[in-house]
Design a protein around this ligand. Sequence first.
Ligand code: DP6
Length: 323
Amino acid sequence: MSEARTIAHPNLALSKYWGKREGSLERVPAVPSLSVTLGGLATRTFVRFDASLVDDRVLIGGEEARGEARARVVGVVDRVRAAAGEKRRVLVESANDFPTASGLASSASAFAALALAGVRAAGLDWDAARVSDLARRGSVSAARSVFGGYVELDAGGESARPVAPCDHMPLAVLVCVTTDQRKAIGSTEGMRTTMERSPYAHAWLDAAPRLHAELRAALLARDFEHVGELAEASALAMHACAIAAGVVYWNGATIDTLAAVRALRGAGTPVYATVDAGPHVKVLARASEAARVRDAMRAAPGVERVIEARPGEGARLVDEVIT
Ligand code: DP6
C-alpha cells in the first residue's frame, strides 16, 4: 500500500479568472489571475493506492462521490497513475473543515490537496509547479492553492507561481455569508455560458489582463488601497459580463452587503468587496482594522455570519507511507 495525507487551503482571487481558452478541454485559463491563499480553513485529503480494491473509491465529506464530482477526481488520479506506471485502484477521502455554503469555493483546496496526495502516494518526486499543473486539471483555481501567500496564474498558464509571501501585506478577508443558500450555478458552467452568450465577453477578456497587471504592481508596492480598488473592479467587471449572459450569482443581500461596504468606505475606512460564483461577499480590510470591520459587517442587512481568514500557506504533506 502506498498512501499520503495532505492539507490545502482555499484561495480568494483578487484579480479574477473567468473564462477558458477556446476549445481547451484541459482547463486552460483565458485570463491571468492573482489570489491570496487563505489560512485557517482547510481541506484534508487521504489517498491510498490499494491492490485489494476492485474499483476507485472517492469519499467526499464521508459520502460516496458520484457522477461528475467523482469523474473529476478520478481524472486527476488517472494522470498520476499514467505518470507513475501505477496500476492499483485508489481510495480518496477528502473533507473540508469549512461549510460548503460558506461562500469559499472548495474545489481549489480540494484539487490542490488531491494533486499533492496523489503524487506523493504514487512515489513521484514532483516540484510544486508540476503539482500545480496537475491540480489545474481538476479546477483552474486549484493551481493557485498549491502555493501560499499571494499567487498568480498566467493566461494560458499551466502552473501557478508565488508572487509574495503571506506577511507581504497584512490583509484580513471577511467572508460575509448572505442569507440565500440556493445552490448556485457551478463556475465551470457559469463561465462557459458567459463566454458563449455575453455581449461583453470581449470587453472582459480585454480588461482582465490590465486589471491583473495593475493589481500585481500595487501588491508588490504594498499599496493596500489600490489593491482593494482593483480587486473590487475585477469582481464587478466579471459579474457585469456574466450578468449580461443571464448568469446572475447575486441576490438582494449581495447588493445590500456591497452597499454596506461602500458606506463604510465613505465613512473613511478603507474596505473593498469581491464576489465569486455565489451570493456571498468577501470584504478586504487591513489586518489592523479587521475586528472593527467584522463588527460592522455583522450588523449589515442580509449578512448571516462573518468568517475571518488571513493569508495562509500552500498545500503540504501531513504524512506518507510508501511500500
Ligand atoms: C470566480 O477554478 O472553480 O472563483 O476551472 O471550471 O473549476 P473551473 O473553475 P474554478 O473558477 C473559479 C472562479 C472564481 C474566480 C477565481 O477563483 O479566479
